[in-house]
Design a protein around this ligand. Structure first.
Ligand code: ZN
Length: 367
């Protein structure tokens, strides 16, 4: 994987970069739609590409349990299996093991857990997480880490961070796929000094990129900003920076202004299925009765397929009637909004007017 910076904003840390993987070029800062089970829910790969997605995220935990990563490998890897010819980043499975699986037991070697589907028992270790991601054939793999919950004591955060570093060394040793980049994950909860110590250790191991894990997990926004502030000053300039599982449009804008290059979040897709639609002035709930006779599009300034053709009244009707088309049209709109937001930020950085753009973004927010 290659990564380079094309432009930097003069009055913030925002940066405009370009990443090249075996499956094409990715302009950064970038948002990665989440394709948990080998599909971005309700959309075809062609529709995703049309929306401008150049990299999506696959969840190793889910694919490991169903249909099985070895099976996907035998069927030609995840790209071929789901017919997506652009880039894929897979997580290590850690987040889902800690948040979804039952009866998990954390030990030095790895985590014993029970499947959330059928209760079957499994073990995931740094070596297993690497093998699984090599079998999936992702362009970017993530280290297996302990996702530190919030809130925790400083001592817990420190021990958890140290375990993550020991696991990162094992991930690096077990990773042997020349076409696949490997990113390290910085842990340490809201303690900036622990985060910096973790980053320092990971940089000694030397990864292709560095991710910030366990943020936006319930901590106040100011604490997330403080961690970002401390870390992005120290992270190597020449490697991509990935803020995992984040977030709202405001979180993306703040992340970019701190110099983050990559984001993923279920928010645009999950919220679409719950009828919550993003616009430049805030989000709206399409089921609200005020839209029953509304012949306007979701957003007049949106160029997506849904807004070009359908009224709020029709979308409300589909949603209230639980028509399958509601999920598709809402998802198309929300992903268009997120991907277009990133495009606008990339252009603003290139034109050295990101801070101005950021001000106008906030001045439009009303909801
Ligand atoms: Zn739209």
């Amino acid at each position: 994987m290659e990564f380079g910076i094309i432009a930097c904003d003069g009055s913030s840390r925002a940066r405009r970069g370009r990443m090249t993987t075996a499956h094409g070029v990715i302009e950064t800062p970038v948002f990665m739609p989440v394709g948990t089970l080998g599909s971005v829910k309700s959309l075809t790969p062609d529709e995703l590409e049309e929306l401008g997605a150049r990299i999506i995220l696959g969840n190793t935990y889910h694919l490991y349990l169903r249909p099985g990563v070895e099976r996907i490998h035998r069927l030609g890897g995840l790209h071929s299996f789901m017919h997506w010819n652009r880039s894929i980043l897979t997580d290590s499975g850690g987040y889902q093991v800690f948040s979804l699986a039952g009866m998990r037991k954390l030990q030095e070697d790895g985590v014993l857990f029970q499947s959330h589907i059928d209760g079957s028992r499994h073990m995931i270790s740094p070596e297993i997480a690497m093998q699984a991601q090599m079998w999936l054939g992702a362009d970017i793999a993530m280290c297996f880490d302990e996702c530190t919950p919030y809130p925790v004591t400083r001592q817990y955060a420190q021990e958890s961070m140290q375990l993550t570093v020991r696991w990162a060394k094992r991930c690096k040793a077990a990773h042997h796929a020349s076409q696949q980049a490997l990113f390290g994950i910085v842990q340490g909860s809201v303690f900036a000094d622990l985060r910096l110590a973790c980053l320092e250790e990971l940089m000694k191991i030397d990864f292709d990129g560095y991710a910030l894990g366990s943020l936006s997990v319930g901590e106040p926004k100011e604490q997330m900003q403080a961690v970002l502030e401390a870390l992005t000053e120290t992270m190597p300039v020449s490697r991509p920076r990935y803020l995992m599982g984040v977030g709202t449009p405001e979180d993306l804008v703040e992340g970019v202004s701190h110099g983050v290059d990559m984001f993923d979040c279920v928010m645009p897709t999950r919220n679409a299925r719950n009828g919550m639609l993003f616009t430049s002035w805030g989000s709206i709930q399409i089921k609200n009765s005020c839209y029953v006779d509304d012949d306007q599009p979701i957003a007049a300034d949106c160029g997506c397929y849904t807004c070009r053709r359908f009224s709020r009244a029709y979308l409300r009707h589909l949603y209230m009637s639980r028509e399958l088309l509601a999920y598709r049209l809402n998802t198309i709109h929300n992903l268009f909004y997120y991907l277009n937001l990133m495009q606008n930020m990339r252009t603003a950085i290139e034109e050295n007017r990101f801070s101005e753009w950021r001000k106008s973004f906030y001045s439009q927010r009303r909801l």
